[in-house]
Design a protein around this ligand. Structure first.
Ligand code: PGA
Ligand code: ZN
Length: 432
């Protein structure tokens, strides 16, 4: 039997230049697994707790306490466990910090060990990470579905310094035949969009936001942004609606206060905002809308699901927490779950949240955070779950691009023997 022999974390930087953890798990046979932890900006109130040091170092954002917790308490908790049983590792981690939101030792500390243990186990077994997760943890047959990327090409909200209330304007290359063509399409549209915006608004439009999408300089409204994206899709030689469809992450908690939403220079009630989204659907090939209302507005989400044809994705509403996902599923407050491993803090809890969503016929979108690293765990997780959707930013900046590159590598490892959902991005998982 192979066991965890050493766990060691250090403080590193994320894509915003803020501290995060890199953790290395070493097994008794010498196999090593390394993981780096992401971090959000528009975080949900019910997310698991990132432990930060406070004080003046790194403006209070240091993670030396979390690093110490990995190197002491969490190391002791998982030492001697066989990591090929990832559930046993995660059980030990949860037992070490039963506090609400994992705030005592830090969800960032705990997640780093959970992820690194999975990577080490895959290395020991001589399997690619996605294969280990699929066959050993999920107990699914070896049958693979690549995800349709939801690529955030214009950034707004908490991720950019502009007038756009909507946080993410995304393109989905649904007409592609495989992930290679999908990524080519993303790159081509992204570059045409940049060129068009610079021509129209000047060189300031070249700047990008936290997730690599253009900063939206010169754009005044939601419709301005969607118009530019549709124009770029056509100019790049693709057909809007057939080859490429649109998505948004409103992250509406960011422009909500006391029951009122402030967007595009207007103040709207939840009902008016709902009509605003329905109108967008009529004008644009909009097929997926994330967090359309405040993170506590379960009823408004449910009302939207009743009225719309688009996929309604819950992120801040459900924070990848199995208990909250159960509630959202019962209320039909969405039709797809956004899955961020650091919102909950262990790999197997995130997998369980996905299982609850799928059991209710919801789709699942594996997602990055706005603060990322070069870690590519989520690309493997998306393929392992066979969920058919991934949200990992613009096809630019290495913190985003490394995930796309890993999907290309997985395609090559599988010799192309994997499905691509295309227009069926919400439901293709049923066959995998
Ligand atoms: P965050 O944004 O990582 O800043 O929370 C991503 C999202 O809202 O989906
Ligand atoms: Zn979101």
């Amino acid at each position: 039997m192979v066991t965890i022999e050493k766990v060691h974390a250090i403080e590193i930087l994320d894509s915003r230049g803020n501290p995060t953890l890199m953790t290395r798990v070493t097994l008794s046979d010498g196999s090593v697994g390394v993981a780096k932890v992401p971090s959000g900006a528009s975080t949900g109130v019910n997310e698991a707790v990132e432990l930060r040091d406070g004080g003046s170092r790194y403006g209070g954002k240091g993670v030396l306490k979390a690093v110490k917790n990995v190197n002491t308490a969490l190391f002791e908790a998982v030492r001697g466990i066989d990591p090929t049983d990832l559930r046993a590792v995660d059980r030990a981690l949860l037992a070490a910090d039963p506090s609400k939101g994992k705030g005592r030792l830090g969800a960032n500390a705990i997640l780093s060990v959970s992820m690194a243990a999975a990577v080490a186990a895959a290395t020991h077994l001589g399997l690619p990470l996605f294969e280990y997760l699929r066959t050993s943890v999920l107990d699914k047959p070896a049958k693979y579905l690549q995800p349709v990327p939801m690529s955030n090409v214009i950034n707004g909200g908490a991720h950019a310094g502009n007038d756009l209330a909507i946080q993410e304007f995304m393109i989905l290359p649904v007409g592609a035949s495989d992930i290679r063509e999908a990524i080519r399409c993303l790159s081509e549209v992204y570059h045409v969009l940049g060129k068009n915006m610079i021509e129209k608004y000047g060189r300031m439009a070249k700047h990008v936001g936290d997730e690599g999408g253009y900063c939206g300089f010169g754009l005044r409204s939601t419709r301005d942004a969607l118009d530019e994206i549709v124009r770029a899709i056509s100019d790049a030689g693709y057909s809007p609606g057939d080859d490429v469809v649109l998505g948004i992450d409103a992250a509406a908690s960011g422009f909500h206060k006391n029951g009122t939403y402030t967007i595009d220079g207007q103040e709207m009630s939840a009902g008016e905002l709902l009509d605003f989204y329905i109108d967008l659907e009529k004008t644009y090939p909009l097929k997926t809308v994330e967090d359309p209302f405040d993170e506590t507005a379960f009823d408004d989400f449910a009302e939207y699901v009743r009225k719309t044809k688009v996929q309604v994705v819950t992120d801040d509403l459900t924070v990848s927490n199995p208990d909250i996902v159960r509630r959202a599923v019962e209320m039909v407050a969405g039709t797809a779950l956004l899955l961020k491993v650091n919102q909950i803090g262990t790999v197997t809890e995130a997998i369980d949240a996905a299982g609850i969503a799928n059991a209710a016929e919801w789709g699942v979108v594996v997602s990055h955070r706005s603060g990322e690293t070069g870690d590519t765990f989520i690309a493997d997780l998306a393929v392992a779950l066979g969920c058919g959707q991934i949200k990992t930013g613009a096809p630019a900046r290495s913190d985003r691009v490394e995930k796309y590159n890993r999907l290309l590598e997985i395609y090559d490892i599988l010799s192309g023997d994997c499905g691509y959902p295309g227009h069926d991005f919400r439901t293709a998982w049923r066959n995998y």
